[in-house]
Ligand binder design. Structure first.
Ligand code: CP
Length: 331
């Protein structure tokens, strides 16, 4: 799935190299600028109005689903959706693989969220062996990957640090349920493409990042630290990436994991320790780990993340369908 400057399937964050990330961010900036006028919107909507997309989301989603839906609309792509497999012939015993193969008969792009890790890889490989292969985008798979969330997070970091030398050299802390958080995993991997980054993983041992992610970071030669001391880390960092307790996995895995939310939350008290130009991110949804009292603080940029997701996903889709030159040359 290596990309070498181009992209077809979007499966995991490891497949993106730095030049491709830079291209995507530039394209996202251009799309949001063009979309500012009616003429610009008309142009964008004409770029892919001959394409159709299936949004196959069998795990709940608000942001990812709606931002992909909006991104498709911006580019003129017509969308259909399956969000509940009980409404498909899966209830008659049709396999998920056959279900997705059916989508490829009618649609030119499949965007999918699934509770199984690696399911998108299985589907992409299966479709590549058919006479109607179509690109597949992973919109969140199991506990392992959420590559387009990582792209929007990088886009947000890039925009936030554009007057401070960019992302290189920054200190970034991940906080919360890091064990089951696919957004943490995808972003930690994507950050290895940048120079001089220090990553802090702040969680109690039972919620720490997995051994295979540590092995990946070791292999990439990245500087990182595992700690449970949020108070010590807050003043050191340029960005804090908060995450919620992912208790929905308890039912699937038969676990019952509790996180001491007092120790891994940000409110007014913790905000006072944060550098004046640092930022607070969160993939959302949140539970109580981010107090609403900090929403209005200029360092809280999670609402910007949400909107950035739409632009970077539009850029990704435009690039998959090779619309980059047409969009970048629009004046
Ligand atoms: N960040 C994210 O993936 O949100 P949704 O689950 O609402 O799509």
């Amino acid at each position: 799935m290596a990309t070498r400057g181009k992209i077809y399937h979007c499966i995991n964050s490891q497949q993106f190299d730095r030049p491709l990330i830079e291209k995507l961010c530039r394209l996202a900036d251009q799309i949001r600028k063009i979309a500012d006028t009616k003429e610009g919107m008309d142009f964008l909507e004409s770029t892919l109005h001959h394409k159709r997309a299936m949004l196959y989301f069998v795990q709940p989603s608000t942001r990812t689903f709606l931002s992909f839906y909006s991104a498709c609309q911006i580019l003129g792509i017509k969308c259909a959706e399956v969000r509940d497999p009980k409404t498909s012939s899966e209830v008659k015993g049709e396999s998920e693989e056959d279900t997705v193969r059916i989508f490829s008969s009618y649609f030119d792009l499949i965007i999918m969220r699934h509770f199984k890790a690696n399911f998108t890889v299985t589907i992409a490989e299966m479709l590549d062996g058919t006479d109607r292969p179509v690109p597949v985008i992973n919109a969140g798979s199991g506990k392992d990957q959420h590559p387009t969330q990582a792209l929007l997070d990088i886009y947000t970091l890039k925009r936030s640090f554009k007057d401070r030398g960019g992302i290189d050299g920054k200190r970034i802390a991940f906080v919360g349920d890091l064990w089951r958080g696919r957004t943490v995993r995808s972003l930690a991997q994507l950050l290895t493409k940048y120079q001089g980054i220090k990553q802090y993983f702040v969680a109690p041992t039972e919620f720490q990042i997995s051994a295979d992610l540590q092995a990946y970071l070791n292999e990439a030669g990245v500087s990182y630290e595992l700690t449970d001391d949020l108070k010590r880390i807050i003043p050191l960092v340029d960005a804090i990436y908060m995450t919620r307790l992912q208790s929905e996995w308890d039912e699937v895995d038969g676990t019952c994991c509790q996180l001491d939310l007092d120790k891994y939350s940000i409110g007014r008290r913790q905000l006072a320790l944060l550098k004046p130009d640092a930022i607070i991110m969160h993939p959302l949804p949140r539970k109580t780990e981010l107090a609403r009292e900090i929403d209005a603080d200029p360092r809280a940029i999670y609402w910007k993340q949400v909107r950035n997701g739409m632009w970077i996903r539009a850029a990704l889709i435009a690039m998959i369908f090779q619309q980059e030159s047409a969009i970048l040359s629009y004046t």
